[in-house]
Design a protein. Structure first.
Length: 132
């Protein structure tokens, strides 16, 4: 259950409605998800976060599916069930297959395991991996 009330479009201030309208236009949908509705309790945070997400997740050197899969990986590591669900849905819409998801989870699991082993053993970084 949400700690803060979700701000629906009909109840939103003009500033929040402007962000909602941009989300709808950018994503070509009428759907505003609960994350944005929760952030709308603080219009400045809503706007700043949307602008950052829009910029980072836009096409660039990494294709949109790769970005979504990276988002899933970090969300799994951070245990954010909401982000896992929303970005998995987005990745599927961008072409992620079940096989790709399973392989991604294997990589995430292995990376987390080996990261913890390195931390526990306090392994020094090899000289050849050092940046000159």
């Amino acid at each position: 259950m949400a700690v803060h009330q979700l701000v629906e479009y009909a109840d939103a201030s003009p500033e929040v409605r402007a962000v909602y309208d941009d989300i709808r236009a950018t994503r070509k949908t009428d759907f505003i998800n609960n994350f944005w509705k929760a952030l709308a309790n603080d219009p400045a945070t809503l706007k700043r976060t949307w602008e950052s997400v829009k910029q980072i997740m836009a096409p660039g050197a990494l294709d949109p599916l790769t970005k979504e899969m990276l988002y899933i990986a970090v969300s799994v590591t951070n245990q954010c069930s909401y982000c896992i669900a929303s970005h998995t849905a987005s990745a599927r819409n961008k072409g992620m297959t079940p096989a790709m998801f399973h392989e991604l989870m294997a990589v995430v699991g292995m990376a987390n395991e080996t990261n913890r082993l390195v931390a526990g053993y306090q392994v020094d970084i090899d000289e050849q991996f050092q940046t000159p």
